[in-house]
Ligand binder design. Structure first.
Ligand code: HXC
Length: 257
């Protein structure tokens, strides 16, 4: 399939989507988001793919929603078209997805990275929610996901001042899972994705579903949900294989069943 604003490739069992709109620092125009959604659907429905990666360039993961496209938008059009709703497909993916972030992840770029399951950042990464300087506020999770990830105080600091946070501060704050040297970013991201793709896909998907539930429910309900999913895993061949392989001192061969 031909794409204009992204590159899509398969590396073993990992599906990689690279934002590729360098003239605008990967600003997230509607056409780019449509392409990302098509690529996500392609990988979600491909039995061979066990994990996905969303990444950008050395200079920018994404410098935000496309300001030039948004500038003339009015309330009625934004409301009737439910502007931004289509971005949510990243957060609805059922297979694991890792964001590999180098350079700017600003506004909608930071929000898109937060829709992934976790972020591995290059030491050059810069995160921020500068929307306030444009006369708006974050609209795709910057006041919600960011607050859950880094807490009220820092989220307020970033959203109200519009300042940028470097990779080290982002890791310290809990926004980023790991920071690596910029030259190692894709190696490390692909290594993590490959590791995940080597496990049982249904078990990885259920694990993702269970961690996400922690954000959406009370502890009591979350623990109940976790336990039910945990019980259900004993109905899979992969549980039998994983535990038998441990006892037999060999590497498991998961069948994804
Ligand atoms: C459209 C953008 C853009 C954006 C950069 N460009 N960011 N175009 N939308 N978000 C374009 C510039 O206009 C310029 O195009 C080219 O990319 C290079 O950018 P420069 O500014 O020349 O680069 P530099 O001086 O290196 O500065 C980098 C930067 C700056 C600090 C990242 O570009 C910047 O502040 N960008 C805007 C960041 C931002 O405010 N993001 C939030 C957007 S609102 P030309 O044609 O002039 O060469 C948002 C709302 C989300 O995300 C709400 C829900 C989704």
């Amino acid at each position: 399939m031909g794409y204009e604003h992204i590159r899509v490739e398969t590396k073993g069992h990992v599906g990689v989507i690279t934002l590729d709109r360098p003239q605008a620092l990967n600003a997230l125009c509607a056409a780019l988001i449509d392409e990302v959604n098509q690529a996500l659907t392609q990988f979600e429905t491909d039995d061979k793919i066990g994990c996905m990666v969303l990444t950008g360039s050395e200079k920018a993961f994404a410098a935000g929603a496309d300001i030039k496209e948004m500038a003339e938008l009015n309330f009625i059009d934004a409301y009737l078209s439910d502007f931004i709703a289509s971005w949510e497909q990243v957060s609805r993916t059922r297979k694991p997805i890792i964001a590999g972030v180098a350079g700017y992840a600003l506004g909608g770029g930071c929000e898109l990275a937060m829709m992934c399951d976790f972020i591995i950042a290059a030491d050059t990464a810069k995160f921020g929610q500068p929307e306030i300087s444009l006369g708006v506020m974050p609209g795709a999770g910057g006041t919600q996901r960011l607050t859950r990830l880094i807490g009220k105080s820092k989220a307020m600091d970033l959203c109200l001042t519009g300042r940028m946070m470097d990779a080290e501060e982002a890791e310290r704050s809990g926004l980023v899972a790991r920071v690596v040297a910029a030259s190692d970013l894709m190696n490390e991201v692909l290594k993590a994705a490959d590791k995940i793709a080597g496990f049982s896909l249904p078990i990885a998907m259920m694990t993702k579903e269970s961690v996400n539930r922690a954000y959406e429910t009370t502890l009591t309900e979350g623990l109940r949900f976790e336990r039910r999913l945990f019980h259900s895993m004993f109905a899979t061949e992969d549980q039998k294989e994983g535990m038998t392989a441990f006892i037999d001192k060999r590497k498991p061969q998961f069948a994804n069943k």
